[in-house]
Design a protein around this ligand. Structure first.
Ligand SMILES: Cc1cc2nc3c(=O)[nH]c(=O)nc-3n(C[C@H](O)[C@H](O)[C@H](O)COP(=O)(O)OP(=O)(O)OC[C@H]3O[C@@H](n4cnc5c(N)ncnc54)[C@H](O)[C@@H]3O)c2cc1C
Length: 417
């Protein structure tokens, strides 16, 4: 459990030095927010990728479809880094953290001692223990999308490409490959995609999306091995063998916490932090890597959420907490939000409902190809999820942020306004 530092977070001073590890969305947005909110001390930003900070959602959408050049994903150009007066070290990884002295060791032998350290090292794609582990592709970063584009660019139309995993990334990759006139086959181990994320009912309403988009989705697939020889993969599923020149794995992500192994921090499924996003009085964590204490209405839970909006909101909230001090800023307030463009449809979700929460569909139906549903627990609304109903979802937002009662919501129907 995160260390409770409620009264210990004092406002940053001008001679403080904040060291940010991870130059992705959360790390860069945090740097921007510190400067915007008036911090004039030193900031170091350490990123192990050679690239400037960039945005990941377009990688599996616009970039893979060929609609965007990779440069369009950049969040920070050299001039932005100059303007932020940040000491940026890219292509260098943090290898250890000494919590007592807030000192970060780097892969090039350097050591940076700050007054505060913020962990924003994100997640990486989960690998699968198959023979062709090294040859199978994943999609987490700019180098991955470059490799995938190279692998598919000269394939003949209708070539079979296997996507392992029918979750958000797998579905988006399959959708993008289909627009490139390839024939993706999505292999999902579970009975239905997103079963563990959205629960049994909602995942059932989504089951027809892939076939409607002309994409083959096979569920309950037991893959025993994937081999690679002479440029061809063989995917062994039950008694079948699928031959394909490209296999893409979308099997979830793992938090990048190995570099914190000797720090003494709780790094079980991410860096455990309290409701101020702090693990100790001078070490915080934000974004995909943070397992944070989330207070929402009558509920309190430790969650790690891999959503763009949460990484962005964490960055703003932690900057506020460090600049104002925890007493003034108060604990983190956020309504998680997620979207995914898959099989030609847009799925959006507010909140972070448990798959075991009850679900009530309030508009539309799977047959209409659009709907809005509310999640609720003990009568309290915990989330809203929609398919192609962006306006309804926005109108339902206060129900989630105010932890409204499901019975009252069903009477008032604010999503119809
Ligand atoms: C292909 C793709 C599509 C997505 N689409 C959506 C979407 O549609 N909607 C949505 O809500 N979310 C989406 N997401 C999720 C969203 O992009 C993430 O939630 C967001 O990127 C998290 O930001 P972050 O800064 O916490 O982590 P990251 O973006 O992972 O950044 C962390 C950075 O830290 C670096 N790092 C790791 N270890 C070290 C170290 N030891 N030293 C230095 N640097 C280190 C990493 O290499 C990385 O550059 C998508 C993600 C991917 C990969």
């Amino acid at each position: 459990m995160a260390h409770d530092v409620r009264t210990l977070i004092a406002p940053l001073k001008d001679d403080d030095h904040v060291v940010v590890v991870g130059a992705g969305l959360a790390g860069w947005r945090f740097v921007q927010a510190l400067r915007r909110d008036g911090f004039s001390g030193s900031i170091s930003l350490i990123g192990d990728e050679a690239h400037h900070p960039y945005d990941r959602p377009p990688l599996s959408k616009q970039v893979l479809k060929g609609a965007w050049e990779k440069d369009k994903t950049l969040l920070a150009h050299a001039s932005d880094l100059d303007d932020a007066n940040v000491d940026a070290l890219f292509g260098v990884s943090a290898t250890a953290l000494d919590v007592a002295t807030t000192t970060v060791s780097l892969s090039d032998g350097r050591v940076i001692r700050g007054s505060h350290v913020v962990v924003a090292s994100g997640t990486r794609a989960r690998r699968l223990p198959f023979s062709a582990d090294k040859e199978m592709l994943a999609l987490r970063n700019l180098d991955d999308v470059e490799n995938l584009l190279q692998a598919v660019e000269n394939l003949a139309p209708h070539t079979t490409v296997v996507v392992i995993g029918g979750g958000f990334i797998g579905a988006e990759v399959a959708t993008a490959l289909k627009t490139r006139e390839l024939s993706p086959i999505v292999l999902e181990v579970a009975e239905r995609p997103l079963l563990n994320v959205l629960g049994p009912q909602v995942s059932e309403w989504l089951i027809g999306l892939a076939s409607d988009a002309g994409i083959e989705l096979r569920c309950s697939q037991n893959i025993s091995d994937v081999t690679f020889e002479d440029g061809l993969f063989r995917v062994h599923v039950g008694d079948d063998v699928l031959a394909t020149p490209v296999v893409v794995v979308g099997a979830g992500a793992m938090p990048n916490t190995e570099w914190l192994g000797s720090s003494g921090l709780d790094i079980t499924n991410g860096v455990a932090v309290d409701e101020f996003l702090m693990a100790t009085s001078h070490v915080g964590a934000i974004g995909d890597v943070a397992r944070f204490k989330w207070l929402h209405g009558p509920f309190e839970e430790m969650v790690r959420i891999e959503h763009w909006q949460v990484a962005n909101d964490h960055a703003q909230e932690l900057a506020k907490i460090l600049i104002q001090g925890s007493d003034v800023a108060g604990p983190v307030k956020l309504v998680p939000y997620f979207w995914s463009d898959q099989y030609g449809k847009k799925i959006q979700m507010l909140g972070h409902p448990s798959p075991s929460d009850e679900v009530t569909r309030v508009t539309g139906s799977p047959e209409e190809g659009k709907w809005l549903a509310l999640f609720h627990r003990s009568g309290v609304i915990t989330g809203a999820v929609s398919l192609n109903q962006p306006r309804g979802l926005i109108l339902a937002r206060p129900l989630v942020s105010e932890h409204a009662n499901i019975g009252e919501a069903l009477e008032l129907k604010p999503w119809l306004a």
